[in-house]
Ligand binder design. Structure first.
Ligand code: FES
Length: 122
């Protein structure tokens, strides 16, 4: 349920959401929702590890990017990429969080191992 001044931020693919105050960053909203977005710079637009994606039709649900975010993201902004530490929530929005690179590598290894086992069965 939505609070009077709150907006709902849905994080996919985990399907977790948080009701937050307008103006907080997507990174803060993710923490509130229990979604991990890896960072190294502490939210200072330095590491670019907090990239998330927003559907074009929802672009206005976030405050427009500032100079720093524009400079860091360049043309990827047009593809809906935003820095979670810089993008401020304005209205209800769904955010696509890319898989953590380390987790992705482990998942690929496990899948390859599983396929190897299946190959042995045939
Ligand atoms: S947390 Fe480092 S760029 Fe956003």
């Amino acid at each position: 349920m939505k609070s009077q001044n709150g907006v709902t931020v849905m994080f996919q693919p985990e399907g977790r959401k948080a009701v937050v105050n307008r103006g907080i960053s997507l990174l803060e909203a993710a923490r509130k929702a229990g979604v991990t977005i890896t960072t190294r710079c502490g939210g200072k637009a330095g590491c670019l590890m907090c990239k998330v994606k927003i559907a074009n039709e929802e672009a206005t649900a976030l405050r427009p990017p500032g100079d720093i975010e524009r400079r860091k993201l360049g043309t990827t902004l047009e593809e809906g990429v935003r820095l979670a530490c810089q993008a401020a929530v304005w209205s209800d929005v769904t955010v696509q969080v890319p898989e953590d690179p380390l987790k992705a590598a482990v998942r690929r290894k496990l899948e390859a191992a599983r396929r190897g086992e299946e190959d042995e069965l045939w």
